[in-house]
Design a protein around this ligand. Structure first.
Ligand code: AMP
Length: 226
């Protein structure tokens, strides 16, 4: 089993790297941001509540997030492993999640931490476009679609997320510093964190991530063989 948390501020490339990890290793990608956007789209009660926070660049309250994620990772499609993107974002989320999964097949294997400097994050977020249909992400400067406004993968329309503007981004980065960085420190103490320099090209970041995951799998296999 391979249970991964991918962490990093907005614009670090979690979505892009998650797509590659999901394709390469047989794990289920779970993005809490995508789950909330789906709830908003379907105008559910949860979606209506979450939307207020999302538009303000604030974290959705812990009690609305934790049960949703615990329930999601317990499903059968996560038997091989999961890749959690955007969770946990606060110490409370991390502590409650840990106690629910520890000693089970959903226990965390490793944490990949994508690090990027701030100026690059702002540029990535302002130039990010997302496919409405399949969620693939593009960058108008570094990774534009072949045809403007159209997804290369599925032909769906591209749009800019409402919260992808400088003002909301600054709030999101602040909430990352205040609420999410302590989560990283928590997992660092447990020796689970692997830092990856995500300012590099997509190919180089992917190369480093593969090395981290392959090393982990190799060590696991070695332990089993003993
Ligand atoms: P993301 O797509 O990961 O950038 O998430 C978009 C927004 O969804 C965030 O700015 C939060 O408002 C909300 N969100 C996503 N994941 C979480 C989480 N684990 N805890 C609280 N809020 C979240």
């Amino acid at each position: 089993m391979l249970n991964i948390l991918i962490m990093g501020p907005a614009g670090a490339g979690k979505g892009t790297m998650s797509e590659l990890i999901e394709k390469h290793y047989d794990v289920t990608h779970i993005s809490t941001g995508d789950m909330f956007r789906e709830e908003v789209k379907n105008n559910t009660k949860l979606g209506q509540k979450a939307n207020e926070y999302m538009q303000a660049g604030l974290l959705v309250p812990d009690e609305l997030v934790i049960d949703m994620v615990v329930d999601r990772v317990s499903r059968k499609d996560c038997d091989n492993g999961y890749l959690l993107d955007g969770f946990p974002r606060s110490l409370i989320q991390a502590n409650v999640f840990d106690t629910k999964v520890i000693g089970t097949s959903r226990d965390i294997s490793l944490v990949i931490n994508l690090t990027v400097d701030q100026e690059l994050l702002i540029s990535r977020i302002e130039n990010r476009r997302v496919c409405k249909n399949c969620g693939a992400t593009y960058n108008m400067l570094t990774l534009p679609p072949k045809q403007e406004g159209i997804c290369d993968e599925c032909g769906g329309p591209l749009y800019q997320r409402k919260d992808d503007n400088r003002e909301t981004l600054e709030k999101r980065l602040e909430s990352y510093r205040i609420e999410t960085e302590p989560v990283l420190e928590h997992y660092r103490k447990l020796n689970l964190v692997h830092d990856v320099n995500a300012s590099q090209s997509i190919e180089k970041v992917w190369f480093d991530i593969e090395r981290v995951i392959d090393n982990y799998l190799y060590e696991q296999k070695h332990k089993e063989d003993k």
